[in-house]
Design a protein around this ligand. Sequence first.
Ligand code: ATP
Ligand code: MG
Length: 427
Amino acid sequence: MAELRYRAPKGTYDLVFPESERTERVLALAGEVLTLRGYRRISTPVLENTELFRRSIGEDTDIVTKEMYTFEDRGGESLTMRPEGTAPVIRAYLERGLYAEGLPQKLFYFGPMFRRERPQAGRFRQFYQIGAEAVGSADPLIDAEIISISAVLFQRLGLERYRLVLNSVGCRNCRPGYREVLTGYLEGIAPSLCEQCRKRAKTNPMRVFDCKEEGCREALSGAPAIAEHICPECREHFEGVMGGLEMLEVPFDVDRSLVRGLDYYTKTAFEFQFEGLGAQNAVSAGGRYDYLAEELGGPPTPGVGFSMGVERLMMSLDSEGLGMFEELEQMIVFVAGVEGVDRGRVFSLLKEIRDASFSADADFMGRSLKAQMKQADRLGAMLVMIVGGEELERGGVALRDLGRSEQWDIPIGDAVSEIERFLEGTR
Ligand code: ATP
Ligand code: MG
């Protein structure tokens, strides 16, 4: 083939069968796990006003400074393709007045997110997230519930090689004190920090923990941890979360250096890390964001949520050899036409079978009967209905069980009931 002129943009990919179907099933399972816990689906636009993200995620974060797909539309409005799902959900919560429907509002979403990062294994520019938000409750047990959802989904999928890490990143009361301590420390190590971190040390010191530079990471290994500076209220909340996780039988490790890459997090921060995924090992992450709604102009509203990277979830299934969903490629009937048969006969049988809710397909390439049998095999059909010849003149068709290579004749009017009998095993 000549060299292709058009390819998917860098960092994006096409999802094709069977991976597309496999992903769909994982999403359906996630939906089931969430629905069972009272979460309801919400769908927000891919485009939002740029200011929403600048305001919520934070001006000094990697996402806002260098990763957003932001453009001016033809009306001169600045729009951004959402890099994450929480700010849009809270925007919708406020705009639609969902608080009037009773609290907490438990919402979940599925959808693509966009960040212009350097593509690598497990890191894309368009990626898919499953996420949930519990809005309106400050109860540490709802943090535990939110965190447990990922663990339950992993369990339902049979995943084992992961670890939950947990931390508290403080609140308005304890952050300023910690900020001061951290700023003092950062001044001492300033010569070992990259230019961006030296800048961050002044504007938003906690963001230095996001830095991926080796030099910064080393210099920061002795930095004071927020967990050691949290106030009694935050500590009590953190203990409540840990107690809740114990009740839900979700094991965890406390990691006092864990911070998240978005400014809006308060109190609880967590991450599920998988073995065998390399550097991009976080499959699900999230935390509490008690000031976010206020930041967006709403009334004070506590909230907590998670988001899970679907590509990384699928990669962890692969790495544990799971989730092949054997029945994936099954089709029930292939309706094959003998050479020269009136295609209308084939087509109306196909309709009749599909109307009875059996998956069915037929030839659209003008293939010989032999080639159609091969096609049926490729599609994973259980049965082939052979239409044509003398059989058809007598008002019958042949049914072939591809699994056992057995074939028998049936009256054409019994097509659907014969398929039913075959599937029930009563033929
Ligand atoms: P990372 O540390 O991998 O950069 P993050 O802290 O930026 O992750 P969040 O913003 O919390 O991630 O997003 C939650 C989840 O979404 C991540 O744990 C990950 O599974 C997934 N994710 C984030 N960015 C990407 C990306 N560029 N490509 C694929 N998945 C991603
Ligand atoms: Mg990131």
